[in-house]
Ligand binder design. Structure first.
Ligand code: ADP
Ligand code: MG
Length: 327
């Protein structure tokens, strides 16, 4: 039987921290911030049955648990430094732990982000990561910083994750169609193993290209609403300009519109930047290997206006995801 301490030693404690002054093993970890730097901190919890299906692939779960946290650092423009892992497990299964930690550390190592501590307890499967990043004062891409006249940009593509979820839930329409088709695995990879846009976020912040940013976890229309509210501005969004994922691109317009505008689980960045920065945004996209698409404009008039390719108003029955909403 694996004890709590064996479990930590075997699967989570790795030799000698590089970024942390003191890593796993004491009452606290110690981080020494770079001179004059600010610390960006964020937590995200993944609960079985709420954020992932029971029996989910543990390697992908390890990846996704950290990916959603890295995505928050990306949306702030911060450089990843370290993270803590609070884990509730129904039982200590070696095969599960080996796969989970492999998925977690593969992504952590790719971003130079170190596991510096955590907590382990028995209980319903629940994974909570708190992540720490670093940036210089004034660099942060805050939600309250959008300005009228800014362009609105989206990284990567949207909607494939929502399409995969629709297939998992056998939702009528596109979901049922995907469940029967050959593209399910490609769309499901977007749902279960999102790519956090850390390099792009960092360039947008470091070069002072973008004003505001948010990562899209609950659907673009809902998430951009947070920027509009905190920045006290409005926006017009060209729904037909939204970059649909490669799988969703092959589906009918009604699904493309619905799932790009209000999908969820995309973990792409939505950011605003002055029109004078268009070349700089495109260069940051090329340098970070991330597609960037201009999809609208910030305006002084409050409210979000959705339009089609011709600029005609679109009335879509869309809602972002709200864990405590009525949906
Ligand atoms: P405490 O009793 O003070 O909470 P623990 O005995 O729970 O400490 O943890 C011992 C050490 O192992 C601490 O440094 C803690 O940060 C680390 N730790 C516990 N669980 C995890 C985990 N899941 N991942 C990484 N480190 C962990
Ligand atoms: Mg403890």
């Amino acid at each position: 039987m694996l004890s709590e301490f064996d479990l930590i030693a075997e699967y989570f404690n790795r030799p000698r921290p590089v970024r942390a002054t003191l890593g796993i093993g004491d009452d606290c970890a110690l981080l020494t911030p770079g001179a004059g730097m600010q610390t960006a901190i964020s937590s995200d919890m993944l609960v079985e049955g709420r954020h992932f299906f029971a029996g989910a692939d543990p390697r992908r779960l390890g990846h996704k648990s950290l990916a959603v946290n890295l995505s928050d650092l990306a949306a702030m423009g911060a450089r990843p430094v370290g993270f803590t892992l609070a884990l509730a497990l129904p039982s200590a299964e070696r095969a599960w732990l080996a796969e989970f930690s492999a998925g977690l550390f593969a992504l952590a190592d790719a971003h130079g982000c170190e596991l510096i501590g955590g907590d382990t307890t028995k209980g319903p499967l629940n994974i909570c990561i708190t992540i720490f990043g670093e940036l210089a004062p004034g660099e942060a891409l805050r939600r309250d910083a959008a300005q009228p006249g800014d362009d609105i940009w989206i990284s990567g593509t949207l909607g494939d994750a929502r399409l995969a979820l629709a297939a998992c839930l056998r939702e009528p329409g596109a979901g049922e169609e995907l469940a029967r088709g050959e593209d399910f695995a490609a769309a499901a990879a977007r749902l279960h193993a999102p790519t956090p846009r850390v390099a792009l976020g960092r360039l947008l912040a470091e070069r002072r290209i973008a004003h505001a940013a948010i990562d899209i976890s609950d659907g673009l229309v809902g998430d951009i609403g947070h920027i509009l509210k905190l920045s006290r501005v409005g926006a017009t969004l060209d729904v037909d300009a939204l970059p649909a994922g490669p799988v969703l691109s092959r589906y009918a317009q009604e699904w493309r519109r619905a799932y790009t505008a209000a999908g969820g689980d995309d973990y792409e960045l939505c950011f605003t930047a002055p029109a004078t920065q268009r070349e700089a945004v495109l260069a940051a996209g090329v340098q970070s290997g991330t597609a960037v698409t201009r999809v609208g404009r910030i305006e002084a008039e409050p409210g979000l206006r959705l339009v089609d390719a011709q600029g005609a108003p679109l009335a879509l029955a869309l809602q972002g995801f709200d864990h405590f909403g009525s949906a």
